[in-house]
Design a protein around this ligand. Structure first.
Ligand code: PXP
Length: 245
């Protein structure tokens, strides 16, 4: 099976920093710790309201952290201009509402709006690998391929939040979605809500080549430290990936 790249979302290190208005804790320092503990990628979400990651963090992350940088952002002209200036390796387009606590659902690519196709084209032309965050819905996946996305990130929130008895049905939907993404010629990523209890199901899907994990790992690091939490997640992913005897 192809290996899974673990991308850690360090937004909530910035949330803690901003709570006191200073420079500690530094999301760039956290990113270095994540890489040393076995992550290969760093994800940051530059929100319109800058509630956690700020413009300077994006620039520093690109300049100072030797990782694959994945910038989550809304499909707006302001964000596209920032991405084309900073040039992260990857952009993941997400829906964004001012009042939400976190990204609440996948983008509605079928409905379109926000000149999604033009946004994807501009980012692709700028040499950035463009991904779209969608529910595991065949129509959304087809629409993402149609507008030129190189990659789809499947929303795992429904699976992660489900009661254990309901998870197999959610996982079956993700598995079918992952196959559809691959069949459409795109890379398949997955993320949202993943933790130690539910990562194995997603990590065992052969088409998934990257997972993005934030809130759980940053929170768990309060109890055991960031390097330990990242190392444990890395080994759970690797174990789920090994062929079962
Ligand atoms: N993927 C996307 C597209 C997201 O918007 C988020 C949340 O910022 C994540 C993954 C990570 O989710 P979580 O913080 O629940 O691990």
């Amino acid at each position: 099976m192809i290996p899974i790249l673990l991308s850690i979302n360090v937004d909530h290190v910035a949330t803690l920093r901003n709570a006191r208005g200073g420079s500690f804790p530094d999301p760039v320092a956290a990113a270095h710790l994540c890489l040393a503990a076995g992550a290969e990628g760093i994800t940051i979400h530059l929100r319109e309201d800058r509630r956690h990651i700020r413009d300077r963090d994006v620039e520093r992350m690109k300049a100072e952290v030797p990782a694959k940088l994945n910038l989550e952002m809304a499909a707006t002209p302001e964000m596209v201009a920032i991405a084309l200036r900073v040039l992260p390796e990857a952009v993941c387009l997400v829906p964004e509402k001012r009042q939400e606590l976190t990204t609440e659902g996948g983008l509605d690519v079928v409905k379109g709006g926000h000149d999604l196709a033009g946004t994807v084209r501009r980012l692709n032309d700028g040499g950035i690998r463009t991904s779209i965050f969608v529910e595991a819905d065949p129509a959304q996946i087809e629409a993402a391929a149609r507008i030129g996305a190189r990659c789809v990130e499947l929303h795992t929130g429904g699976y992660a939040d489900a009661q254990p008895a309901d998870r197999p049905a959610h996982l079956a939907r993700l598995a079918a979605g992952a196959k559809a993404v691959e069949a459409a010629g795109m890379l398949c990523h997955a993320g949202h809500g993943l933790d130690f209890d539910c990562i194995a199901g997603v990590a065992a899907l052969p088409e998934v080549s990257e997972v993005s994990i934030g809130h759980f790992l940053i929170s768990q690091s309060v109890f055991e430290g960031l390097p330990s939490a990242v190392r444990r997640m890395r080994s759970l992913i690797d174990a789920a990936r090994r062929p079962q005897a």
